[in-house]
Unconditional design. Structure first.
Length: 212
């Protein structure tokens, strides 16, 4: 089954579930409701549930597990969700105790741990193909790990990286030129100092000697 959560901001004032929360619509000025959709592997919706607007995505997973087990009486199921939904805590506390399987993604720190010098994830795996299966019993016991290299995404990220570096260099050059102008300007005395110096030079001081 496929499961995901989204939200919608609320214009009225009498919805008991409307709360202020993380707005996917970029409307922090409006309360919202959160709703989760459960679908079959073909994408056919079979259940929808509405939550308070300040409900975090992972916390909605437990009710879906209970719904599948109790209402639909399904004992063998693979739940598919993104890494923000099916977290390590939800796997430990909700999915494993219910005897359900899952498909989700690893977060960046976990991928980095797999890609260490002696780790199972090595770039040489992608020399001949872009998809491979690895195992890491010390980190993910009893789990299958599928690693994939998206060459199109890698090229796009490389392009964006070069654009960001070029933009940063332009900004640093502009700042350097501005600092240089301010430094040169600070070496020139202000006009008030020049006026004071000119008045002192042109002033006629009274003579101390007596004239005949």
């Amino acid at each position: 089954m496929l499961y995901d959560v989204t939200s919608s901001y609320f214009e009225g004032r009498y919805c008991p579930l409307a709360r202020y929360g993380h707005s996917r619509d970029h409307r922090r000025d409006r309360p919202q409701i959160v709703y989760g959709l459960l679908c079959t592997r073909e994408g056919l919706p079979i259940a929808v549930e509405v939550f308070d607007g300040n409900t975090a995505d992972p916390s909605t997973l437990r009710t879906q597990v209970e719904k599948v087990k109790d209402r639909f009486a399904i004992n063998r199921m693979v739940l598919v969700g993104d890494r923000g939904m099916i977290t390590s805590a939800r796997i430990r506390d909700d999915l494993k105790p219910a005897g359900l399987d899952w498909v989700t993604c690893l977060r960046a720190p976990a991928i980095k741990a797999l890609a260490q010098d002696d780790g199972p994830l090595q770039l040489s795996l992608f020399d001949d193909r872009d998809l491979a299966e690895i195992s890491a019993p010390n980190l993910f016991p009893g789990e299958r790990l599928i690693v994939c290299r998206n060459r199109d995404l890698a090229a796009e990220r490389a392009r964006k990286r070069e654009e960001l570096l070029a933009a940063t260099e332009r900004e640093l050059t502009r700042i350097q030129e501005q600092v240089g102008r301010e430094t040169r300007a600070s070496r020139v005395p202000p006009r008030s100092a020049w006026r004071s110096a000119q008045c002192s030079i042109g002033r006629r001081w009274p003579s101390t000697s007596t004239s005949r």
